[in-house]
Design a protein around this ligand. Structure first.
Ligand code: PFF
Ligand code: NA
Length: 436
């Protein structure tokens, strides 16, 4: 059977951006930054995206485009022996991430609906926190988790081409416009100066004192936000029918993803400071609490809020799709299962795995620290070792296809993958496991 390929030249980059931009930027980034001390975390995070995330995107791209296979098949074709188990790690990681990702995405759908039925006029931070409590527990949370997973299954069952490209073209620009507008409004708040100082000034004393938690948090967030460590970018690059400049594409993806995360910080922190909330306090509720207070104050805040929560829901959809696609492409390619039953069976299993998260948020932190602190980091470590030490020549040649002669840049890339990535990730993994 001929494999599907992207329908337009833009299709691949749109899908990869769609996978990268999601809850990792809007929901996870601001609360992790708040928990890890603001500016001290931000600087490490930015360094990690540039020095580790960007080369790691290329690691996945070359494997996918060279083999034109799903991650499990790709590793089997290139490697041998124990490497065959790496694909299984991706499958496990995909299950865990998608299960809680869908629950959180369901909250964004719920907040969209709240805007439509009631608006966001809440009396203050306590009421905002109370609302978050109702949305995130019990039947509400379960119902919207189910709705979200049904959407993800539907799109994946319909096939890669039809589902993904359109949503991304509309929703990424819309999110950027809304965030910039919200950031401009936040700039006018009295709390803005204090918030920017917290967010942008790296406190090196704090960094030195807390590096054992900042380092793994920054590495994990970099991999999570760029969709690395579980084969998504391998899968997407496997549908690439032509020679593209993979490095340019990776640069666009990493740059856009980082830009969106950074402007989310410019929105969230001024509003948290304005409400007198400690930036590290709210955890997973940070974006919801700060935005509901923002939308309560801003003229036309209700409409803005509805649009914003809906857009993030769609952004989450294009990311969730990429995760389910990894799991489904495995079943299709390896076990010859048809697309529709594969998508349905896996989607239902993922839904069930997510149910505990709708009952108690303790499972959210359990799943999230397992996925982000351990599984994604381990996956990225093994991929770096594999490309850097097992198939470096194939990888370098594949990177050059579509770029031309790489010269010493190719060698530099291989050495970054071989040593710095491996060392940083090993340390992060060790600290993450100890923490878990
Ligand atoms: N990168 C996505 C985000 O930032 O929301 C989340 C994600 C997608 C993580 C796909 C991992 C993955 F494989
Ligand atoms: Na992201």
């Amino acid at each position: 059977m001929a494999r599907e390929t992207w329908s337009t030249r833009m299709g691949f980059i749109l899908a990869a951006v769609g996978s990268a931009v999601g809850l990792g930027n809007v929901w996870r980034f601001p609360f992790i930054t708040g928990q890890e001390g603001g500016g001290a975390f931000l600087i490490v995070y930015l360094l990690f995206v540039a020095l580790i995330g960007f080369p790691a995107i290329l690691v996945e791209f070359v494997i996918g485009r060279y083999t034109e296979l799903n991650p499990v098949g790709a590793i089997r074709e290139l490697g041998s022996g124990a490497w065959n188990y790496l694909g299984w790690l991706f499958v496990v990681t995909g299950f865990v991430i998608l299960s809680y990702y869908s629950v959180v995405a369901g909250w964004f759908l719920r907040y969209t609906l709240i805007g439509i039925t009631d608006g966001y006029a809440l009396a203050g931070p306590e009421e905002a926190a109370a609302l978050f409590g109702t949305v995130t527990t019990g039947v509400d949370s379960l119902l919207f988790h189910a709705v979200f997973m049904a959407l993800v299954i539907g799109i994946i069952a319909a096939g890669v081409r039809n589902g993904i490209e359109f949503g991304v073209k509309v929703m990424v620009p819309a999110i950027i416009v809304l965030l910039v507008a919200l950031g401009a409004y936040a700039f006018t708040l009295d709390s803005a100066g204090e918030a920017y100082a917290y967010y942008l000034t790296p406190d090196f004393g704090y960094l030195v004192a807390n590096w054992t938690s900042i380092l793994p948090a920054a590495a994990g967030q970099a991999f999570f936000t760029l969709s690395l460590g579980m084969g998504v970018m391998i899968t997407y690059a496997s549908y690439l029918g032509e020679d593209r400049n993979l490095a340019a594409d990776a640069g666009i993806i990493a740059g856009l993803d980082t830009f969106i995360a950074v402007i989310v910080g410019f929105v969230v922190f001024p509003f948290l400071f304005a409400a007198g909330i400690e930036p590290g306090g709210p955890g997973p509720s940070a974006i919801f609490v700060s935005l509901t207070s923002a939308f309560a104050e801003i003229p036309a805040g209700r409409v803005l809020g509805i649009v914003f929560f809906a857009m993030v829901g769609i952004a989450a959809l294009s990311s969730a799709i990429s995760i389910l696609e990894v799991l489904v492409s495995y079943l299709i390619d390896e076990l010859d299962v048809a697309r529709v039953p594969a998508a349905t069976a896996i989607g239902v299993a993922v839904f069930l795995l997510g149910v505990p998260v709708t009952i108690d948020l303790i499972f959210l932190s359990l799943y999230d620290s397992l996925a982000d602190g351990v599984l994604l980091v381990l996956g990225s470590l093994l991929l770096a070792l594999f490309v850097g030490w097992v198939v470096p020549d194939v990888a370098r040649a594949e990177l050059g296809r579509g770029i031309g002669d790489l010269g010493s840049l190719g060698t530099a890339w291989i050495w970054i993958v071989r040593v710095p990535i491996v060392v940083v990730v090993l340390v992060s993994l060790y600290l993450g496991v100890v923490d878990y």
